[in-house]
Design a protein around this ligand. Structure first.
Ligand code: CTP
Length: 404
């Protein structure tokens, strides 16, 4: 049982959903977990420490400046000795404090002092949940590695209000917590280093214009995140994209192919290289220092192009070649022939090939249908979202490394 023997610090914040936390305590205890409750002042307006303590079977922590509590355990130990922290309900106010590093009561102080995984089950009025301030805070917390479960959609406690904001049911919180623990135990890439490239490169023509490939960075970023989830120490080298940096990776932001290559080489040695970036094949041989002006009667300027370094091929043939080198092939015709040739030419172990003809909607979209080309043959993967492709590829890489 995933929760057996685990010590869960349960932070109960002030919301009507606090009544469900009583049931959550029961469910956690049924599964063999030890529950250490912390209640905010707000929570105590909804449920009593007496009820919480009766169910948890131990001390309920409520005060930051309680001499007994501090002497007994202390907020730092509370924060560190848990196997995980669950916040249920997580109110807009508590999340705002967390996002900004405020620590003015026991719950927020513990959350600032902890290095343990934190799972938050938000509960609030739908208008509060959709407010830009809450959206910003949730995005910040997600980036900080806080996990969320819910909120769910449905009727609110306030009469006649509906929308997203209800805390999910206790059993869903339990399931999310179990998933968090099984993920934490499942780290086949622990101790491995990986380099991933993602996004396009921008090759300047002059200070305002550039040449680029189409690429959202979604697939590359998803792969970096998936490798990190499996425990790898990941450096993600990305060209300009509009999506957020994934959590748990070392980011290097670059613009040009030459900068991308330099960043990749300086991240060597590594066990894994996955080159997903849509690198511009050419750069402007000498980009103009000043903006090129339209001069009437002179017609358009002529651009002279120089070839960019092939990053995948450089890594694939490098003296410090990573054990597993993966490239992508975005093609619009003769997919497999092109991918197989690329495998040889670029010194890769795998080429993830996809058909990016405009009608597939893969470019810029969230889904991908790929074929994995290796020396052993071609595997067709079903149509999946880019996160699922990333997970499957990361697993495959872990298996290969385990064999190698
Ligand atoms: N790639 C790279 N550096 C480059 C060009 C490509 O690292 N300068 C990598 C991409 O990240 C991808 C793979 O090479 O993993 C395939 O890129 P693609 O542009 O399709 O390959 P090309 O060699 O340009 O082949 P073609 O022109 O035939 O499409």
């Amino acid at each position: 049982m995933a929760l057996g023997g685990k010590r869960i610090l349960l932070i109960i914040a002030g919301g009507i959903a606090a009544y469900k936390s009583l049931d959550l305590i029961r469910r956690l205890k049924e599964r063999g977990a030890e529950v250490v409750p912390v209640m905010t002042a707000g929570a105590q307006q909804f449920i009593t420490p007496l009820a919480v303590g009766a169910l948890s079977g131990g001390h309920v922590f409520t005060e930051i400046f309680s001499r007994e509590d501090e002497q007994d355990v202390g907020h730092i130990r509370l924060a560190r000795e848990a196997d995980a922290i669950v916040i249920a309900p997580a109110t807009a106010d508590l999340m705002a404090k967390m996002a900004n590093g405020l620590a003015d009561d026991l719950a927020s102080t513990v959350l600032l002092a902890t290095d343990r995984p934190v799972l938050a089950a938000p509960a609030m009025n739908p208008k509060m949940w959709s407010h830009p301030a809450t959206r910003r805070n949730v995005a910040t917390l997600a980036k900080d590695g806080i996990r969320f479960v819910g909120p769910a959609a449905g009727e609110m406690a306030e009469r006649g209000e509906a929308g997203t904001g209800r805390m999910v049911e206790p059993l869903e919180i339990v399931a999310a917590l179990e998933a968090l623990f099984s993920e934490a135990a499942d780290k086949p890439l622990a101790g491995r280093r990986a380099i991933v490239t993602s996004g396009p490169t921008h090759e300047p023509i002059d200070p305002v214009r550039y040449i680029a490939n189409r690429s959202s960075g979604r697939q590359g970023h998803a792969i970096a995140a998936a490798l990190a989830r499996l425990g790898a120490d990941v450096t993600l080298v990305s060209g300009p994209v509009s999506i957020p940096d994934p959590t748990g990776v070392t980011m290097v932001h670059v613009e040009r192919a030459e900068e991308m290559l330099a960043a990749v080489l300086s991240a060597l040695p590594a066990d894994i290289a996955v080159m997903v970036a849509a690198v511009a094949d050419w750069r402007v041989a000498t980009s103009a220092e000043e903006k090129i002006k339209k001069t009437p009667g002179e017609g358009p300027p002529t651009l002279s192009l120089a070839e960019n370094p092939d990053i995948l091929s450089t890594v694939g043939h490098h003296a410090e070649r990573p054990r597993i080198v993966v490239g992508f092939a975005a093609e619009t015709q003769t997919l497999i022939e092109n991918a197989t040739r690329k495998l040889e030419r670029k010194g890769a172990d795998f080429i993830v090939a996809n058909d990016v003809s405009p009608e597939t909607g893969i470019m810029g979209g969230t889904r991908n249908e790929v074929r994995l080309v290796s020396r052993d043959g071609v595997e067709d993967w079903p149509d999946m979202d880019k996160d699922a492709v990333a997970d499957k590829l990361a697993r495959r890489i872990a298996e290969m490394l385990a064999k190698a």
